[in-house]
Design a protein around this ligand. Structure first.
Ligand code: FEO
Length: 397
């Protein structure tokens, strides 16, 4: 019944779209939804590469059955055990009891833990090959991109890389599956957001994986989320390479908390000074309104980061504290940093921001600005100085 997208002579796209979930990992907004990609190879042996979120197993199994056309399923390759991909494994085993599950030793530990499956396994190691007839599938370990068991599968026959989360992005596949047959404009910004939210902590493992795969002839990248990359492979690789090196554009993100607008005025003053001094890309986020998912995206995107907060219950404003801990968790490197804060009777926000700057080892471009109660002229001028210092620092690169 289903007209499945054929990616090669015997490779089919059998993934699904999720437009229902509000928050990926129950944390990150999905305005464009997300796809869970899975691929079926109908060679002399039949092979499924990854499954989908269990909520979509019904439609997923129908697609698989259509693509198999009455044949049985011989192998399931598990590149990644996170439940957005591995969630349907137990049900798949019930549907195809003889399917051999292909993974590495770490995969199988998780397979038992999540699904209680211990039998019918085919363990692979770095460089092992699974010969399915026409295809020779080679396995490369990619630990911490984004879990420790992650591996990727390279089809050396058709030059297809099944890359697990790598090169993935938020956003459903709205009709088209392959980049060449769709307008991909909105996926690029979503790719930065996806990377910063999900994979952001693991820059060094991503770099190792990119180096390991750099010698392969890759004509198609089949990630677990978002479009199948063909003609835009160089752009996707460049994006992951830059993000995993924490390389960033010449611009500034200002994130502030403010209860009654006093700290917000400092943010406005700093932004006006940045603009006056030639910075064109300036993004201001009110942390109480903008989900941290988007702020993290801009912290990964821009070289300059400025954060401000009021003091709250003798601590930093809690929404700013939450943002700081998310940035710390991702170990974002090499940013220029400015910060400011306020208090009504005893200051704590600037102290927390100072500790944050030290922990991150970011280059602080100017002395922090701390104001008591409302904005006065001397503090306003200090905000302008901070903005100029950031603009000057960016200008020297
Ligand atoms: Fe899309 Fe790490 O799972």
């Amino acid at each position: 019944m289903y007209r499945l997208k054929q990616l090669a002579d015997d490779i089919y796209y059998v993934g699904v779209n999720d437009r229902q979930k509000a928050l990926f990992e129950n944390l990150w907004p999905l305005p464009y939804g997300v796809s869970y990609n899975s691929y079926l190879i109908t060679d002399e042996k039949t092979v499924l590469v990854d499954t989908v979120d269990v909520c979509y197993s019904d439609i997923f199994f129908k697609k698989i059955a259509d693509a198999l056309g009455g044949r049985t399923l011989d192998y399931l390759i598990v590149n990644h055990m996170e439940p957005d991909h591995a969630g349907s494994i137990r049900l798949l085993r019930q549907q195809y009891p003889d399917v051999k599950i292909v993974g590495n030793a770490k995969t199988f530990g998780m397979l038992e833990g999540f699904h209680g499956i211990k039998e019918g396994l085919h363990e692979v190691k770095e460089g092992d090959i699974l010969d399915t007839g026409r295809h020779k599938l080679v396995f490369y370990m990619a630990p911490m991109v984004h879990w420790p068991e992650v591996m990727v599968t390279y089809d050396s026959t058709d030059k297809v890389l099944f890359s697990a989360d790598a090169f993935g992005t938020y956003g459903t596949l709205d009709g088209g599956v392959v980049d060449a047959e769709m307008n991909t404009d909105h996926y690029w910004e979503e790719m930065i957001r996806y990377y910063s939210n999900i994979v952001g902590k693991y820059g060094s493992p991503v770099q190792k994986a990119l180096q390991k795969l750099s010698g392969l002839d890759i004509r198609m990248i089949c990630s677990t989320h978002g479009p199948v990359w063909t003609e835009q492979i160089p752009r996707a690789i460049r994006m992951y390479d830059r993000l995993s090196r924490y390389d960033a554009d010449k611009g500034v993100v200002i994130a502030y908390g403010s209860m009654y607008g006093n700290t917000e005025q400092m943010a406005e003053a700093i932004a006006s000074s940045l603009a006056e001094n030639g910075v064109k890309d300036i993004i201001i986020h009110n942390v109480s309104k903008t989900p941290s998912s988007y702020i993290l995206k801009d912290v990964f995107k821009y070289k300059g980061v400025i954060i401000g907060a009021p003091t709250y219950c003798n601590q930093v404003f809690p929404e700013v504290d939450s943002l700081l801990s998310k940035i710390e968790m991702r170990e974002v490197k090499n940013r220029y940093f400015g910060y400011f804060g306020s208090f009504s009777w005893a200051g704590a926000a600037v102290k927390r921001l100072t500790a944050f700057a030290e922990k991150m080892k970011w280059e602080v471009v100017a002395a922090p600005v701390e104001q008591k109660q409302g904005l006065k002229e001397d503090k306003y001028l200090e905000c302008l100085t901070l903005g100029k210092a950031m603009a000057d620092r960016l200008g020297r690169d």
